[in-house]
Ligand binder design. Structure first.
Ligand SMILES: NC(=O)c1ccc[n+]([C@@H]2O[C@H](COP(=O)([O-])OP(=O)(O)OC[C@H]3O[C@@H](n4cnc5c(N)ncnc54)[C@H](O)[C@@H]3O)[C@@H](O)[C@H]2O)c1
Length: 307
């Protein structure tokens, strides 16, 4: 019996006749959101011949579903912990250190002939950028990175391994941003009164930012945008491009943060601060009991005023 939901693409992969021996000596090292669907992926790989104990995974503290983590451990997967506290703004470094610690235990274990290659499955660049160079010299290692920030977000531009960039796929650049936009717009629908007719600004004109810009323009004449990367700015006469974040702040009453960067610096956070989004409106009628359980809510949000 499956521990996780069956997903059609993975089911097709399983029935495509991959020889089991192909994955028998492969190790998988992952930094992932530990959600049910991540479990589905690992379970499909195990069915396809990847021994569970050869999977090492590090979850993200803000999105880990404890029940999923427990079920992965029960399957025999090595689940690494990141529960220690970290300072506000220090999560990136915290995760990098946790990934480094995971690699240390992988390096102690991954040796030929039992393991003859490693695949890294990353979501933010913390696993691919911390691969120990000694290990990369000992075993063939290749990575799959799901985000753009994981490809470009570090000062150290020379990745120690080749990486497949899933972030440029249609799923991440077109399909998912639209789904995220619809979810966010639904979430703030209750604020329509206060939001209506306010001047809107978008920080970060990447996949999500551009989807938000298009969504705002369906109901507004103009939107202001700031992104330090000029090549990402939309070409639309209704988009007013700001050359600094300060200019955007001074022009707009409502800001949409779409950069993935911490842009609350220098602003006054409104109570209750940066918290799981359901805590902003805990009595909302559309949230059922289990979805209000803090362990099931993986999205944080905050509101801040210009000082
Ligand atoms: N694309 C998706 O489907 C998806 C899904 C879940 C979560 N996310 C998260 O949402 C965030 C945005 O995703 P995306 O796909 O749009 O990423 P992206 O890399 O396409 O866009 C981010 C944009 O923000 C800009 N930026 C970076 N720092 C900035 C700063 N300080 N000020 C202004 N702009 C800045 C970058 O130049 C870039 O254009 C990321 O944190 C990502 O991990 C994305």
């Amino acid at each position: 019996m499956s521990a996780f939901p069956k997903l059609p693409t993975l089911e097709r992969l399983k029935s495509s006749g991959i020889p089991k021996r192909l994955l028998a000596r492969t190790g998988l090292v992952a930094v992932q959101h530990l959600l049910e669907t991540t479990g589905s992926l690992f379970e499909a790989l195990i069915d396809a011949g990847l021994p569970a104990h050869q999977i090492h995974v590090l979850g993200k503290a803000y999105s880990t579903n404890d029940r999923v983590a427990r079920k992965l451990s029960e399957l025999g997967i090595r689940v690494h912990e990141t529960q220690q506290p970290f300072p506000w703004g220090g999560y990136d470094e915290h995760l990098r250190l946790a990934a480094t610690a995971m690699w240390q235990s992988v390096a102690d274990w991954a040796c030929p002939p039992d393991i003859d290659r490693l695949v890294v499955l990353d979501d933010g660049g913390h696993a691919t950028t911390t691969v120990p160079r000694e290990l990369a010299g000992r075993l063939p290692i290749a990575g799959v990175e799901q985000t753009m920030s994981g490809l470009h977000g570090t000062d150290d531009t020379s990745l120690p391994i080749p990486v497949v960039a899933v972030a440029s796929s249609a799923a991440k650049t077109i399909i998912e941003p639209l789904m995220i936009r619809e979810a966010v717009f639904r979430r703030v629908a209750g604020l329509a009164g206060p939001l209506a007719k306010r001047s809107m600004g978008v920080i970060g004109a990447g996949n999500i930012g551009q989807a938000i810009v298009r969504g705002i323009l369906e109901n507004a004449q103009q939107v202001s945008v700031y992104d330090p990367e000029a090549s990402r700015l939309p070409h639309d006469p209704r988009v007013r491009v700001c050359t600094t974040a300060g200019e955007l702040l001074s022009r707009c009453e409502v800001l949409w943060g779409c950069s993935g960067a911490d842009f609350f610096d220098g602003l006054e956070l409104v109570e209750p601060g940066v918290v799981q989004v359901h805590l902003w409106n805990p009595t909302a009628a559309d949230l059922s009991g289990p979805s209000l359980d803090p362990r099931n809510v993986g999205v944080y949000g905050g509101l801040a005023r210009k000082p």
